[in-house]
Each structure stands twice: as C-alpha cells, then as structure tokens.
Design a binder for this molecule. Structure first.
Ligand code: CO
Length: 416
C-alpha cells in the first residue's frame, strides 16, 4: 500500500463513525473528482455522478454501450454493528449519569467494554434539515465489573445482560446537561429546534497500521468500510469503458437489508433504470442491459484465526494478506455462481493479484451479505468476495494491508 493509500483509508475510517458520516465523506471525495451530486429528487442525471439516500450511496460513470455491455456493479455496505442511543436515554445511577442504549446488529459486546467512547449521529430539525454531529473526544465508557466481584469470569467466560450491563456512564455532576441539551450544544442548535436525534457510540481510538512489518490494519468498522474504500477508489481511478460502472453502498446490511435504503429496497434498481433512461435506452433495452450485467458484492471474510484453526475448513480458509477471498455457499447464503466466480478470477488475474476461496465448515452456520439480495432483486450474475479479517463485529477489527490493495486492483480490472 502506498503512503497516499494508507493516508486515504485511515482518513476515511477516522472520519466515518456512522453510515451517514461515511457517505458524506465519500460524497466529498466524489465531488473533488468532478462527480456530480444528483441526490435532489426530480432532476435529470448526467454521465458521471452519485446519489445519496440517508446512509446509502450510489455512484456511476456511464459506459459507451450500456445496452450491450450492461452495468458493472460493485456493492458493499456502510453500516457496522454498534450500540445506539435510545430516544429517552438519560438515567442517574449511583453517582453516574448514564445513557440507555439499543444494540444494532450483532456486535461482540465484550469489545465495547473499557473503551473511550464518543457519540456521533445526526439530528432532524424543525426546518426539515438534517445535521451531522460527533463529539470532539471521548465522552462515555461502559466499565467491566472488577475481577474481585466476578471471580470466575476467566474460566466461565463473560456473561453480559443486554439490558442491565451495557449502559455507559457519561458524566457525574447531577447538573450536567441532559443528552438532548448536549446534542443541541454539539449541533449549535436549540432543544426546541431538534425534532429527532439519531445517535450511536463509537470508539475514539483512531485506525492504525500495526505489526513489526506494518502488514496489518486495525480499526473500527473495517467490516465493511474497507470494502467501501476499495470500491470508491476503484471507481475514482477508472476511466469510461463500454459498460456503465456502478458502486452501490447500502446501509442496514447488519440487520438484514430490508429497508428503504437497504439492499433489499429499490434504490439500486431505480437508479439503474434512471441511468439507462437518461442514456436514451428503452425499457426493453434496460432489461437487455440487466441481462448483460454483473455484480461483485464485497464484504469481509473470516481469515483463519491462528489460535482457533479448528473453526475453519482449512482447505477453504483464507489466510491474511494472501488476497481477497471468493465466498461460496451452495445453499445460496452467498450469491457466487460458477460463472460469476470465473469472472472474479479473471479480474484478479488481469490485475495480477492472488485470490483465495472461503467455504465454511459444514457444522458452522454461514453468514450472508448483500450479494444474494442483489442477485434476487435484479437477476444479475453476482459474486460474493471479501478481504479476510479477524475479530469480525468487534469494536476493533484487523485485516491485512495488502489484501485491501489487492481488492482495489481486482475491482479496477473488473471495471476496465
Ligand atoms: Co459485513
């Protein structure tokens, strides 16, 4: 990874505590590269642009022959498991002002303990405008019980009650501002102006390169912001080809994708239809274009853990920094087909990068992602791939630096 690439991914990760922060950050990068923002409803769209819908983003560059060559789509997700702040969060317990939280997706709960946490999100104002905010530094902490009060924890394992044990303390002074007052200060508005708050906790520890050989990247939200980085970078670094290039980044993957802005919603389909219509392609031509299209769904994979090799089928377990993994599941938890796999393998060989294969153990249920959903909605040949990582759904995950570059190169070769 070049110095510029490292700075670029670290900056994205540190700037993006929530899906909306992420799409805002990526939108600014697209604008710098002369992509036009077509998010406002009802306007004609142009050849190189993007649309933002809440925490989701679709960006494209028109092809010269979309009806014959179709769309080349790279999909990924913008959300990560986390702890969100409930609407009436304020509570006072034994000298602490605490916040009530709701669990989003399936985080490794223990990883949220004893961290310096910030709060980020957005508000909807009376004017209808939304405004993003994030705390400057750390403002909250969920403390683990001392070992003296939980003697068997190292033998029995940590057991957390999801309602009782996950409330962060965030101040001590009984006269400290309420959550609403604090958000009003953060957003430089008034409590009267704020109609709704959407907020979550995040780790204030910045993303970092680690390892004596600087081969690893540790950060929050690598699943799946690492794929978002590889996808948007590939689009920015490509030039127009025969097919229309599309990057689709969806919110709500971690909770099943069924939402207005999730992969199961109509955002991608409607955008593709609009892109085709603006290219003068008829409805029949659009359906023809879809049948000539393909999709790479990029979402991180489980690398073989050096301490738990028994959790993998070792002939199908991806090794860190050995290239992106092709994810296969004959029960269609992954969308990969023989032809879409061949397409990804061809992109990797064109890019001169290695790839690996992931199939889970038969006695281990397999995760899923946006690939099968996109394939089902649009009937497009789709391949599920992903950078191998450890600690998936931990507040701090780790992946291989060279794998991110390999994915980026393979996606660029795919667009070409
Ligand atoms: Co994921």
């Amino acid at each position: 990874m070049t110095k510029r690439q490292i700075e670029s991914i670290l900056s994205q990760l540190d700037s993006s505590p929530t899906p909306r922060h992420l799409v805002g950050y990526l939108a600014s990068k697209l604008l710098e590269a002369k992509f036009v923002d077509y998010s406002v409803k009802g306007q004609k769209i142009g050849e190189v642009g993007f649309k933002v819908k809440a925490g989701s983003l679709i960006a494209w560059r028109n092809g010269r022959q979309t009806d014959k060559s179709g769309f080349r789509i790279v999909g990924a997700h913008t959300d990560s498991p986390c702890l969100r702040i409930k609407p009436h969060p304020d509570d006072r317990r034994f000298g602490f002002n605490t916040l009530q939280i709701e669990i989003y997706g399936s985080p490794l709960l223990n990883s949220w303990l004893d961290r310096d946490l910030g709060v980020a999100g957005h508000v909807v104002l009376r004017s209808g405008k939304t405004k993003l905010f994030r705390s400057d530094g750390s403002v909250a902490r969920i403390s683990q019980l001392a070992i003296h009060l939980d003697r068997e924890v190292n033998e029995r394992g940590l057991v957390l009650d999801k309602q009782l044990h996950l409330s962060p303390a965030w101040s001590c002074d009984p006269k400290a501002p309420s959550f609403l007052n604090w958000v009003a200060q953060q957003t430089k508005t008034t409590t009267r102006e704020i109609v709704q708050i959407d907020a979550q906790l995040f780790d204030t520890h910045k993303a970092s390169i680690l390892g004596s050989d600087s081969s690893l990247l540790a950060s929050s939200r690598l699943d799946n912001q690492a794929s978002c980085w590889a996808a948007i970078s590939a689009l920015l670094e490509s030039s127009a080809g025969a097919a229309t290039q599309v990057v689709a980044l969806f919110d709500h993957e971690e909770v099943g994708s069924a939402s207005a802005t999730g992969a199961a919603g109509p955002f991608l389909e409607h955008s593709l239809e609009q892109i085709a219509a603006e290219q003068g392609i008829s409805r029949i031509g659009f359906l023809e274009a879809l049948s000539n299209s393909s999709c790479i769904s990029a979402d991180n994979a489980h690398a073989v853990h050096h301490n738990y090799p028994d959790r993998h089928d070792l002939s199908h377990g991806p090794i860190i920094n050995e290239g992106p993994a092709l994810k296969l599941n004959s029960n269609q938890r992954y969308a990969t087909s023989s032809t879409s796999a061949a397409m990804f393998i061809a992109a990797c060989s064109k890019a001169k990068v290695k790839h690996q294969v992931f199939v889970s153990r038969n006695n281990m249920p397999c995760g899923s992602t946006i690939g099968p959903i996109t394939a089902t909605r649009l009937g497009i040949d789709t391949v599920d791939v992903g950078i191998p990582q450890l600690s998936m759904h931990s507040i701090r995950e780790v992946c291989g630096v060279s794998d991110i570059v390999s994915l980026n190169l393979a996606l660029k070769a795919y667009f070409k």
